[in-house]
Design a protein around this ligand. Structure first.
Ligand SMILES: Cc1cc2nc3c(=O)[nH]c(=O)nc-3n(C[C@H](O)[C@H](O)[C@H](O)COP(=O)(O)OP(=O)(O)OC[C@H]3O[C@@H](n4cnc5c(N)ncnc54)[C@H](O)[C@@H]3O)c2cc1C
Length: 431
């Protein structure tokens, strides 16, 4: 187990299992919350991978094959915890428009930030850019300990405290947070059940350079076999997320480069001209689920450990970041008001808040996947007519774009635009 500080304590206030985007963001937000509440919480992150070793990218580095569409709400969170400037310094790619159309019809939906008086709809950011910025910040915080290189082997509740074993070390913590992804070890140890299903879809991801400019636009074509997205990166490159049947994804991954380019051009109707370059290809199986509970005794789940969805709307990590910001806010409020941070009342506030908010987005994205995933003639007609009608409906488009930018719903304070934070004037929301 490595700890760059070499002074690993054994007693923590909060231990986060899983240091991915959500776990690392939570640690930053908790560190801020504890200093706002004038308390020095001792926080640990445990992960079998040495995530703190991820180096910031330079202009000469290849693109990370894993990227995320980051909403305005998530940008506000990154700004509030002080990691956004480091991401911008590496590279972030704004998208100002979105084009959505389908193989089986002639209608198209177009969103334009200019029409909405917005400078952009969101950003496409490489996951390693976000992680390196988060860990750059976390390494500077003396009360956050990075316990990397070994997974947690056991967790046992003893007198309101979790006793953990990591490598050959025994640790104890008041609150345990499972941020350990869709296969969450913490969730399974607690026996928390999930509701969901496999989509029988695999997402093939890669980076391409196209002949024509992407025009800072996120493009998505719904094929009969699943959605294909081109997401704009810098220097004329685009990130591809091609969700399709597992056998087809495996064949596309194994195919020689020239054959793959031809398949991709055809699937995308060559909207951006020829494909000039292709990077390495990787595949990810896709699932949908919601955990039946987000909390247990002195435990909370955040991010993919609590919910996982199809990437077609680019919302998975954005919901996870909102979980992280909400949990930090509820804990800050507990500290200020002298409550125990691991009390059932405090954790229940978090669960009630995020379960309701996440469910509406998860269900909406699942419905879109089902609507576009059917070849039924009647539904195809309805879909086409619906898309034409929707394209004319400015108020409805505004509402959907608010959802897509993450600005809809009951947001945690640090996810709100400055003007909303100022107008509500709230220090901490009482829930
Ligand atoms: C192809 C694809 C495209 C996507 N695009 C988008 C997008 O555009 N926008 C968006 O919002 N979302 C997107 N998503 C979803 C997004 O990637 C996930 O929601 C996000 O990565 C979840 O982050 P997380 O930190 O919760 O979990 P993870 O990223 O899975 O991190 C979990 C961490 O826990 C660690 N861990 C696992 N087990 C243990 C253990 N036993 N002990 C300790 N640590 C452990 C792992 O090493 C890992 O570091 C996409 C997903 C896919 C598959």
């Amino acid at each position: 187990m490595s700890d760059p500080t070499n002074t690993v304590p054994t007693e923590f206030d909060i231990t986060i299992i899983g240091g991915g985007l959500v776990g690392a963001t939570l640690a930053c937000a908790l560190a801020d919350a504890s200093s706002k509440a004038n308390q020095d919480l001792n926080i640990a992150i445990i992960d079998p991978h040495d995530l703190s070793g991820i180096k910031p990218l330079t202009a000469a580095d290849d693109f990370d094959v894993r990227v995320s569409a980051i909403t305005r709400a998530s940008q506000h969170i990154f700004e509030a915890i002080g990691v956004w400037p480091s991401m911008v310094k590496q590279r972030v790619s704004p998208f100002r428009q979105m084009h959505v159309w389908e193989e089986a019809g002639n209608s198209e939906i177009h969103f334009d930030s200019a029409v909405l008086s917005e400078s952009q709809l969101g950003h496409i950011i490489e996951n390693s850019v976000m992680l390196s910025s988060l860990y750059d910040k976390l390494r500077q915080l003396s009360n956050v300990h990075l316990l990397f290189g070994e997974p947690c082997k056991s967790m046992q509740l003893d007198n309101d405290q979790w006793q953990l074993v990591v490598a050959d070390k025994k640790l104890s913590t008041k609150l345990l947070v499972g941020a350990d992804g869709s296969q969450s070890w913490v969730r399974r140890q607690l026996g928390i059940t999930t509701r969901g299903w496999d989509y029988n879809h695999t997402a093939l991801v890669t980076t391409v350079k196209t002949e024509a400019s992407h025009q800072e636009t996120a493009w998505q074509r719904f094929l009969a076999t699943g959605p294909l997205a081109f997401l704009p990166l810098t220097k004329g490159y685009s990130s591809i997320v091609w969700s399709t049947q597992p056998e087809l994804a495996a064949a596309l991954q194994a195919m020689p480069e020239e054959a793959f380019k031809a398949e991709l051009e055809q699937a995308f109707e060559s909207r951006l001209g020829s494909i000039l370059e292709v990077g390495k290809r990787a595949c990810f199986p896709l699932r949908f689920f919601m955990a039946d509970s987000y909390i247990g005794d002195s435990v909370a789940l955040v991010g993919d450990a609590a919910h996982t969805m199809h990437p077609l709307a680019g919302q998975g990590v954005n919901l996870g970041l909102l979980d992280a910001a909400s949990l930090a806010q509820v804990i800050e409020q507990a500290l200020v008001s002298g409550q125990r941070l691991n009390s059932h009342k405090v954790l229940r506030q978090y669960e009630r808040w995020r379960k309701a908010e996440n469910a509406s987005m998860l269900v909406m994205v699942d419905q879109i996947q089902r609507l576009f995933g059917t070849g039924h003639t009647g539904l195809r007609w309805l879909r086409n007519t619906g898309m034409r009608w929707f394209e004319q409906m400015s108020p409805l488009k505004h509402q959907i774009i608010d959802y897509a930018m993450g600005l809809h719903g009951d947001l945690p304070r640090i996810a709100k635009p400055d003007e909303m934070q100022a107008s509500t004037g709230e220090a901490v929301i009482e829930r």
